[in-house]
Ligand binder design. Structure first.
Ligand code: FUL
Ligand code: CA
Length: 491
């Protein structure tokens, strides 16, 4: 039986309502849209970095490339303990520095002897990448790889031969360790190093040397679901600082420019634009905010008491995830091959706070009244804002680019946090919004903002007690399509 005959043959009331739903097409997508792999990445929001290599044992941030592989010898390495601590911190994935600038490979690569095979750890039979990847899988975290393009150990760095080696290293990592969610290419490129004993300075042309398009094709072929990160994408962009925050206005779309005025490439981007992105930009290139839980990326004993507190991490979460970006938090293992006690405690505190804050949308049972509902259709009704489901959304008629929605709470609630999410499969549509609360006998504006995108968190300095909250979309490039409107208390 076709839908039409079903409509005709059924009792008129329900059937025509049904028909009306089916007859109201969804809003046309606006502008550049996220790919399927980017959409999956948007849902992660918080994940971690592990910076671990010979530097952990030499107390350095950047190894020169002449470190003996025998230096790498963690005494109690325990991937389960590390991943468990990350999970307690709310992390949804983990990206390991499989190779940092010093060139030491944490897996027994066939491309060089400068790797774990020649270390005393696990009698030269160990594989840090395998142990972290397997532990991540066991505990339900996604696994990603950081593979530094700059290699201060490799004799051929600067020549075409090394680029082949780099691709081969990627091939090993992308074929031998299960699904990879993110491939991370840092932007530090070229300079002094050991280079197989040459001990000299080597500069490369960042735009052409690595042949990035060929490398990215390889990643696509071997791990089609992985997002590729660099200063300039192609999937995820660096936010332009290493402090863990995006700008207040942060668009997922971005047309990066090279710092030298030429085309952008890893290591060559006008970073001060990266925190905001480009409104109506031609590429969907959302921001990732990387930061370390300590001052350095690698573990240093002297920084054991300089670990960020749960409150500091929460602040960074609001300034990254709350601004339409992701939060990539580095937690470096120590010489034992474990996370330090202070780091573990901070992770736990941060995770607890995240979980308790977002456990329940305080507006869950509210009555929602919208100024306009697309085609008067149930499919786009305002109740979709409160169902904790990103796939359902409130949308208005095409002409209703400014619109408002009011949450009428059954009883007054206390909140200090609002979460908004756009239905980003339809693009970034909203340009500006205002939030009001009902105070006494009038509306009072409490906040206003610009970009929403995948997630916008609006904090209040104090708890607000009210029985009505209003969201006004004051400016939009296409009729709004909003998935979520939530009230929370972070205390
Ligand atoms: C940068 C590197 O130079 C740092 O050592 C660190 O790995 C950071 C995450 O990326 O490009
Ligand atoms: Ca929804």
């Amino acid at each position: 039986m076709t839908r039409r005959s079903f409509v005709v043959n059924t009792a008129l009331g329900t059937a025509s309502a049904h028909f009306l739903d089916a007859a109201t097409p969804p809003p046309s997508p606006y502008g550049t849209l996220p790919s399927a792999r980017q959409l999956r990445w948007h849902e992660l929001e918080v994940y971690s970095f592990l910076h671990f290599t010979v530097n952990t044992f030499t107390d350095r941030e950047w190894g020169n490339g002449d470190e003996a592989p025998t230096l790498f010898n963690p005494t109690e390495f325990d991937a389960d303990a590390i991943v468990t601590a990350l999970k307690a911190g709310g992390m949804k994935g983990v990206i390991l520095t499989c190779k940092h600038h010093d060139g030491f490979c944490l897996w027994p690569t066939r491309t060089t002897g400068h790797c774990v095979r020649n270390s005393p750890w696990r009698g030269g039979k160990g594989d840090v990448v395998r142990e972290i990847a397997n532990a991540a899988q066991r505990h339900g975290l996604k696994f990603g790889v950081y593979v530094s393009p700059w290699d201060r150990n490799h004799a051929q760095y600067g020549q075409p031969g090394y680029v082949e080696t780099y691709r081969e290293q990627l091939r090993e990592l992308l074929t031998g360790y299960g699904p990879i969610f993110e491939v991370w290419h840092d932007g530090a490129n070229g300079g002094t190093g050991y280079y197989g004993g040459a001990n000299e300075k080597r500069t490369i042309d960042k735009a052409t040397y690595y042949g990035w398009p060929t490398t990215w094709e390889l990643v696509r072929k071997l791990q089609p679901d992985a997002v590729v990160f660099s200063d300039a994408g192609p999937d995820i962009r660096w936010v332009g600082n290493e402090k863990g925050f995006a700008n207040e206005t942060c668009w997922a779309t971005y047309d990066p420019q090279g710092a030298d005025g030429k085309a952008a490439s890893p290591g060559n981007v006008q970073a001060k634009q990266s925190g905001t992105g480009t409104r109506h930009g031609s590429r969907w290139l959302p921001a990732e905010c990387d930061v370390s839980i300590r001052p350095g990326w690698f573990w240093h004993a002297k920084e054991d008491d300089r670990v960020k507190t749960p409150a500091q991490l929460m602040d960074l979460y609001y300034q990254s995830v709350g601004r339409n970006a992701s939060f990539l938090l580095n937690v470096p293992p120590d010489r034992r091959g474990l996370l330090g006690a202070n780091d573990v405690a901070s992770l736990q505190g941060f995770g607890n706070r995240l979980r308790s804050t977002f456990r329940k949308n305080l507006a869950e049972a509210a009555k929602v009244i919208a100024s306009n509902v697309r085609g008067h259709s149930k499919a786009y009704r305002a109740e979709n804002l409160l169902d904790s489901n990103r796939a359902t959304y409130w949308a208005t008629d095409d002409a209703a680019k400014s619109a408002e929605v009011i949450l009428e709470l059954r009883q007054p609630v206390q909140f200090n946090l609002v979460r908004l999410r756009e239905e980003i499969q339809l693009g970034e549509r909203i340009d500006a919004f205002v939030l009001d609360v009902w105070k006494g006998d009038a509306w009072q504006e409490i906040a206003k903002g610009t970009s929403i995108g995948s997630c916008r968190l609006v904090r209040q300095p104090q708890m607000v007690s009210t029985s009505r909250v209003r969201l006004r979309i004051t400016e939009a490039s296409a009729c709004p399509a909003l998935s979520e409107f939530g009230l929370y208390a972070d205390s």
